[in-house]
Design a protein around this ligand. Structure first.
Ligand SMILES: Nc1nc2c(c(=O)[nH]1)N=C([C@H](O)[C@@H](O)CO)CN2
Length: 118
């Protein structure tokens, strides 16, 4: 059982997100927090980037995917990003929090959290 992970925290992406018509004509901020299960031992022992889950490459893939699409629910963003990480980066398990901090003026934040595995 692998207990190691790679994190990406506070990843801010501006995109088209929301269920209402007025939201489909504007861009809003999402913030993603990710915990990706990964065995960090080979990378650590060899000090070799080829063994690691490269958080820079994962970040670029997520940014390119999310900012160039239109979504209704933040749940959909979470599901799509989970599948991208599992399928393209061979991550066995991922936990994702998607926040939409501007959604509810009287709330500091709203978010969903999902966990998915290959
Ligand atoms: N669980 C969710 N509830 C709501 C969402 C959502 O994405 N997930 N979205 C909206 C609207 O788009 C809202 O953000 C507009 O302020 C409402 N509820």
């Amino acid at each position: 059982m692998i207990k190691d992970s790679v994190l990406i925290e506070g990843l801010t992406i501006i995109t088209t997100i929301g269920v209402y018509d007025w939201e489909k004509t504007i861009k809003q901020k999402l913030v993603l927090d990710l915990e990706m299960q990964w065995d960090n031992k080979p990378a650590g022992l060899n000090d070799d980037v080829t063994f690691c889950l490269d958080y820079a490459k994962v970040t670029s893939a997520i940014e390119n995917y999310v900012k160039n699409r239109q979504f209704g629910l933040i749940e959909r963003v979470a599901e799509d990003v989970a599948q991208l990480i599992i399928n393209d980066f061979f991550v066995p398990r991922v936990k994702i929090k998607v926040s939409k901090p501007s959604a509810i003026p009287s709330a500091k934040n709203v978010a969903v959290i999902i966990e998915r595995q290959r």
